[in-house]
Ligand binder design. Sequence first.
Ligand code: ADP
Length: 186
Amino acid sequence: MTKRVLHGVTLECVQGDITRQSDMEAIVNAANAELRPGGGVAGAIHRAAGPGLDAECRPLAPIRPGQAVITGGHRLPNPWVIHCLGPVYGRDEPSDRLLADCYRNALRIAEEKGIRSIAFPAISTGVFGYPVEEAARVAFDAIHAELPELRTVRHIRFVLFGASDFAVHERVLETLGESGAQDSPG
Ligand code: ADP
């Protein structure tokens, strides 16, 4: 498993299920605009969280591509869920900026709540069709740019469902920041 510490923040990738990250304070939902259960990550999160999450989400919807909103975790092991609407690839443009907005906005909301650890799925790479490697680069670059601003978030995890998605994210994480940014100790 690749683990990098940049600006005092641990970045890592794991292969697994986003609903089973019990050591993280917040998990991120690859939400739909209506913040409804649906399939993929959103379906899994709503199933694990129970109907209380759907009820809390309703008044917050709809959200726009790139936007993030926060709720409690209900029956999840995590106190918080941050819901992001990723861009539909080829429809919501510019898709790279909108995808980067998801990660940036999720981290900013986490900071507002004093959250220390956050787990992301690969937003937009399922039914929204974003090519995985491109999405991984956009995601890590957006997170990397935000690292100097982070005061409370100290642990960021990517949770990838499939082995090939995991391998792609590991590779992108390994080379992150090689074009100039410095690793910091601890
Ligand atoms: P989007 O609509 O943003 O594309 P999806 O939920 O369809 O979101 O998929 C996003 C990514 O999350 C896909 O790569 C999919 O394989 C993966 N995924 C699906 N279920 C889970 C899960 N329970 N935990 C982690 N990743 C998941």
